[in-house]
Design a protein around this ligand. Structure first.
Ligand code: SAH
Length: 377
């Protein structure tokens, strides 16, 4: 094919890993190729996990050469790879300019969940989360989000010697970052994860977790069918303001209204998972449980109680297990489905809120959310 001048003129090569099927169709059509090349190349990229255009043997040599000039398959480097005693595996991946992100694989019987990051660091400053301490550096591109799944698939494949023992059956956007503050790239990435020609994960198996960035949450409900998890963590604005400071901007009443709307927008029957971190003496009383039931009334919901994972100088303690169990029983008595999240990978700092890596803080958040912490002296 003759490469049209406009493509060769593009200053940077495009990383094909971050392109949806539709993007690839436009890309190939603009290059004077047939649109069906998009699905062919997509399969090579995400199903065969090709890292080199020369592996794409059903594509002419000529086109492969052209692709090398105008596109890349760029994946992050691995700077850390550690497996916990419970089988949880954590990778630290190196991006440009010293930026690092973390990705965690959690094997369970019959499923394997990959927890991926959407930003380098996080700007939300939730008071019980260690990622918040690092500040925020930048959004990940769609390619960098998808490349975590690509990389983990490759490394897990290599290690199980083709026995398919360690598969990724579920992906959760619960790593570093607030996915809805990187909306466009995250939407593209989840579209690729659910695309049949790529990872083919069903919409129940890709979960986006958010603290509740409302205008974007409403848009997501209109544009995607990704499963939703909401980091609720408190039942009053007073407590939530101090735990999840974005609540000061989008308070509980509005958050709940958006959750109801999200469910209404879904074509298939679905539910929302509400994450609730158990903090000793802060949000774990019987009254809190009773209020939680009221708050979730009318929303198809599951509550996931997360034992707080401690980190130095957090100022919080995890609720004792009997308190967590009582809280759960209180919810179940009222007909809510509630589970207690098993903490995984603690020995390698891979548990929720423990993903630590140094990033350059560009958020200036202390000016945005200058609030005292709840429950601290
Ligand atoms: N920003 C997104 C996703 C990342 S955090 C969100 O807020 O949902 C993924 C989950 O881990 C969130 O529910 C978060 O509140 C929780 N989490 C953060 N720090 C934690 C900690 N130290 N212990 C337990 N859970 C924590």
């Amino acid at each position: 094919m003759n490469v049209p001048v406009n493509l060769l003129d593009k200053p940077v090569k495009q990383n094909l890993l971050g392109m949806t099927l539709q993007d690839l169709e436009v890309f190939f059509t603009e290059a004077g190729e047939k649109a069906f090349r998009a699905s062919q190349v997509m399969k090579w990229l995400h199903q065969m996990l090709a890292s080199d255009f020369d592996e794409m043997t059903n594509i002419s040599k000529h086109l492969r050469e052209t692709l090398k000039q105008i596109a890349t398959i760029e994946v992050p480097g691995i700077v850390f790879d550690q497996t916990s005693t419970d089988g949880t595996r954590k990778w630290v991946m190196q991006l440009d300019g010293g930026n690092k992100i973390e990705t965690v694989y959690i094997p369970e019987s019959g499923r394997g969940t990959l927890c991926i990051s959407s930003q380098v660091g996080c700007a939300l400053d939730c008071s019980f989360c260690s990622t918040a301490r690092q500040g925020f550096s930048r959004n990940l591109t769609s390619a960098e989000i998808v490349a975590q799944v690509w990389m983990a698939s490759r490394l897990l494949n290599d290690d199980s010697f083709g026995k398919n023992e360690q598969r990724i059956t579920n992906v959760v956007l619960m790593g570093m970052g607030e996915p809805l503050l990187n909306y466009d790239n995250v939407l593209k990435a989840v579209t690729i994860l659910m695309e049949d020609n790529a990872y083919g994960l069903s919409k129940r198996r890709v979960t986006l977790s958010t603290s509740g960035v409302l205008p974007k949450l409403d848009l997501l409900g209109e544009q995607s069918e990704v499963a939703l998890a909401v980091s609720l963590h408190a039942v009053t604005d007073e407590v939530r303001d101090s735990l999840v400071p974005i609540n000061q901007k989008y308070p509980l009443k509005e958050l709940m209204a958006s959750c109801r709307q999200y469910i209404q927008n879904q074509k298939a029957k679905s539910h929302i998972t509400f994450e609730y971190v158990m903090l000793n003496g802060v949000n774990d009383s019987k009254q809190d449980a009773i209020k939680l039931v009221k708050l979730l009334k009318g929303i198809p919901a599951k509550v996931n109680l997360i034992p707080f994972n401690p980190f130095p100088d957090s100022g919080y303690d995890c609720s004792p297990m009997p308190v967590i169990k009582n809280f759960k029983d209180q919810l179940m008595k009222s007909g809510l489905v509630a589970t207690i999240r098993k903490t995984r990978g603690e020995d390698i700092d891979a548990a929720c809120g423990q993903l630590v890596g140094k990033v350059e803080d560009k958020s200036r958040r202390e000016r945005k959310f200058d609030q005292p912490r709840y429950g601290m002296n």
